[in-house]
Design a protein around this ligand. Structure first.
Ligand code: GUN
Length: 293
């Protein structure tokens, strides 16, 4: 069994991006600039945005966080988005989710210029991804693809089972792995909350991707010997064994599943660290106008 070390791969990708930024600087080019819109004071969102800002500094990007109170109206937020769409100094921007209930998230996503949509949430980017055109791919599925690629995991002809059908993980990764590509060329099954006998599917998975948000859902009896297991879940639970009083659990019961696997991601330290690396990669591609010219 080998661990898929997301932290190591993330550092590798950040190093490659930093080298490119150095080159851009030397040649007198424009430094990539990422802006994050943060509405309200959600603790997890503050943490994510803080990590994103720190990572931008690490690779030499310019970054900015635009903060608004959760009293901002939908119209006002859409106006802020329009300003960023029209600002030539901003290469890419994200609107941190979730948004307050009075704001329609889908409307916000669709207001972002697809050329600056480095989260890859706009239907134009999603549609382009599905038919295999160059696009911004959202952070988690892109992180999974990078892990498979950089560990040179064989995917062609494999049966990949995805647990979860969310727009930001399950659905995009299922599409990506079915494309004629590497990593890809898989036969993909998507299971979800209405799938009866999930175990009958997971037992046949060469590659099992779990993104359901149910702590320790996948047990050893559900996994085939030699499978590749990618765990996207993170649930914070109370623990009397850690200093903080909390620990993070994945969707996979790691201790019993790991011995059966050829490769498995740890939680934390698996897919999580790669998501920011993917966002930085998208921002660099936006600055270089690689996708839309
Ligand atoms: N909230 C949780 N994850 C994400 C993400 O990847 N992008 C945005 N915009 N919001 C999030």
């Amino acid at each position: 069994m080998e661990l898929l070390d997301g932290k190591r791969i993330s550092d590798e990708i950040k190093g490659e991006i930093a080298t490119e930024v150095e080159k851009i600087k030397k040649e007198g080019g424009k430094i990539p600039r990422l802006v994050a819109i943060l509405v309200g004071h959600d603790g997890a969102s503050e943490t994510y945005v803080g990590h994103k800002e720190k990572s931008c500094n690490q690779v030499g990007f310019e970054s900015q966080v635009l903060r608004f109170e959760d009293t901002i109206t939908e119209v006002e937020l859409l106006q802020e988005i329009e300003k960023l769409n029209n600002d030539p100094l901003v290469d890419g921007f994200i609107v941190q989710m979730p948004l307050p209930k009075h704001i329609d998230e889908q409307k916000v996503i669709e207001a972002i210029d697809p050329r600056k949509d480095v989260d890859g949430f706009h239907p134009i980017n999603v549609g382009r991804m599905v038919i295999g055109l160059p696009s911004y791919i959202s952070a988690t599925p892109d992180g999974i693809i990078e892990l498979l690629r950089r560990y040179k995991i064989e995917t062609s002809g494999k049966h990949c089972v995805v647990l979860g059908r969310s727009n930001i993980v399950g659905r995009p990764i299922a599409n990506l792995l079915s494309l004629k590509a590497y990593p890809g060329d898989c036969t993909v099954t998507v299971c979800h909350s209405k799938t009866p006998n999930i175990k009958e599917f997971t037992k046949n998975a060469d590659i099992l991707i779990v993104a359901m948000g149910k702590a320790e859902f996948v047990t050893a009896d559900m996994v085939k010997e030699g499978a590749v297991v990618v765990d996207v879940g993170i649930t914070r639970v109370k623990s009397d064994k850690t200093k903080s009083g909390w620990k993070l659990l994945g969707d996979v019961k790691f201790d019993e599943v790991a011995p059966k696997c050829s490769y498995i991601t740890p939680v934390p330290g698996g897919v999580g660290p790669l998501t920011i690396a993917s966002l930085l990669k998208n921002t660099l591609r936006a600055a270089k106008k690689e996708i839309y010219g």
